[in-house]
Design a protein around this ligand. Structure first.
Ligand code: UD1
Length: 366
């Protein structure tokens, strides 16, 4: 028989997940009536810089359960997570599994829970790049199709889900939970000395993150990007915290670890990275979340991708999709510097209160 207290498993696996579960964990902990949150970490990301440091920075406890699955091909990683997660969920017997975003852990978790008859709540549902060559697009579509509760961050996402035949009563427009974490961390980013460590001044440097297979797994493309960053570094410092995937590929290229202007460093924690990003002149990225964070902050962002599942960031005027060629990047960076400081309107429900809205819905429907 089920116990009276409801349990919500919050599943995380990779770096972009932690900031999305932290606000929800906090609301569940603060409210006495509701849910006992249990954090399960699949171990998809396992380096301390890609994982542990975020739990400290976000002031959430270490996970209750770690599945330690590590790296592998997509099938291997997804399969290993499923195999390890099933007995863990059996032991916990939760009332709901909350998955976030679009990483392999998201899909693996949703599949396991759906087959066990555990309701799946997907936070950040309905985003679509309409590019099925992206593993994340497959993860998004499949996760949404088997989730019982779909929490969306923008109205485009609601439209996408309805077009795919998801019953409207399952869709809840609650806003962007990542902005909850951003709003909170901005109160303490001035405690970070990252700008001094990187030897840069506010508004006078470029911040870069690149990790997508489409940019880093092809040596020719990766070389073009690094050449463009080195070039830019001659006139303005470029700070580039390097993702492990990118680091491996740069090592294969035989590139030296950054020139004077191009400062390649290990991945940063959340507080440091938010301090670095929020003070940058321009951000260059291929990440999903960073497109949204720069939009909230009103910072010009250049996204080296052919498409985005976050078109609202383009409509707001902060984000631009750009090509990966050396000269394209240098030219776009020069143009972006001219757009600095343009006013950006607020997006509906990107207000730091999304976790509370999710909690209210969960209390009603679970
Ligand atoms: C994953 C997500 C992507 C997200 C990104 C953020 C999927 C399909 N992709 O991509 O959506 O934007 O995380 O970081 O889920 N590695 C380490 N240490 C780690 C983690 C990874 O060395 O802590 C290495 C792995 O061995 C692998 C590579 O980095 O070779 C890629 O890791 P993986 O988790 O497969 O995907 P990401 O590229 O990080």
């Amino acid at each position: 028989m089920r116990s009276v207290v409801k349990k919500a498993v919050l599943l995380v696996g990779a770096r972009p997940n932690y900031m999305k579960i932290a606000p929800l964990w906090r609301v569940m902990k603060l409210e006495s009536a509701g849910f006992v949150p249990v954090i399960i970490h699949t171990g998809q990301h396992y380096d301390p810089q890609m994982s542990d440091i975020f739990f400290d920075d976000l002031a959430i406890p270490q996970p209750d359960v770690c599945l330690d699955v590590g790296s592998g091909s997509h099938a291997e990683q997804t399969g290993k997570i499923m195999i390890a997660l099933e007995p863990a969920l059996m032991g916990i017997d939760p009332n709901v599994l909350v998955v976030v975003g679009d990483v392999n852990s998201t899909l693996a978790g949703a599949l396991v829970a759906a087959k066990m008859g555990i309701p799946v709540a997907h936070v950040e549902a309905g985003l679509r790049s309409f590019d099925r060559t992206m593993p994340e697009e497959i993860n998004r579509m499949l996760t949404d199709s088997i989730s019982s509760i779909l929490f969306t961050s923008c109205k485009d996402a609601d439209k996408n889900l309805k077009k795919e035949g998801i019953p409207p009563e399952r869709i809840h427009f609650v806003g962007n939970i990542m902005i909850d974490s951003l709003v909170k961390v901005l109160r303490i980013t001035n405690t970070s000395d990252v700008l001094e460590r990187m030897r840069v001044e506010p508004g006078k440097y470029v911040c870069v993150t690149i990790h997508r297979p489409s940019n880093v797994d092809d040596m020719r493309i990766l070389k073009e990007i690094i050449l463009a960053l080195e070039d830019t570094g001659r006139s303005m410092p470029v700070v580039f915290p390097v993702h492990p995937r990118t680091k491996k590929m740069i090592a294969r290229l035989g590139w030296k670890w950054g020139s004077n202007g191009l400062r390649m460093v290990e991945p940063l924690g959340y507080v440091d990275f938010m301090q670095l990003m929020s003070n940058a002149a321009v951000v260059v990225t291929d990440s999903g979340g960073i497109q949204e964070e720069t939009t909230y902050l009103g910072i010009q962002c250049l996204t080296i991708r052919e498409n985005t599942e976050r078109p609202i960031t383009i409509a707001q005027g902060t984000n631009r999709l750009i090509k990966s060629g050396h000269e394209d990047i240098v030219r776009e960076l020069q143009d972006a510097l001219k757009r600095i400081g343009r006013p950006v309107p607020q997006i509906e429900l990107w207000d730091g209160k999304t976790a509370e809205r999710i909690f209210e819905v969960l209390k009603k429907v679970i």
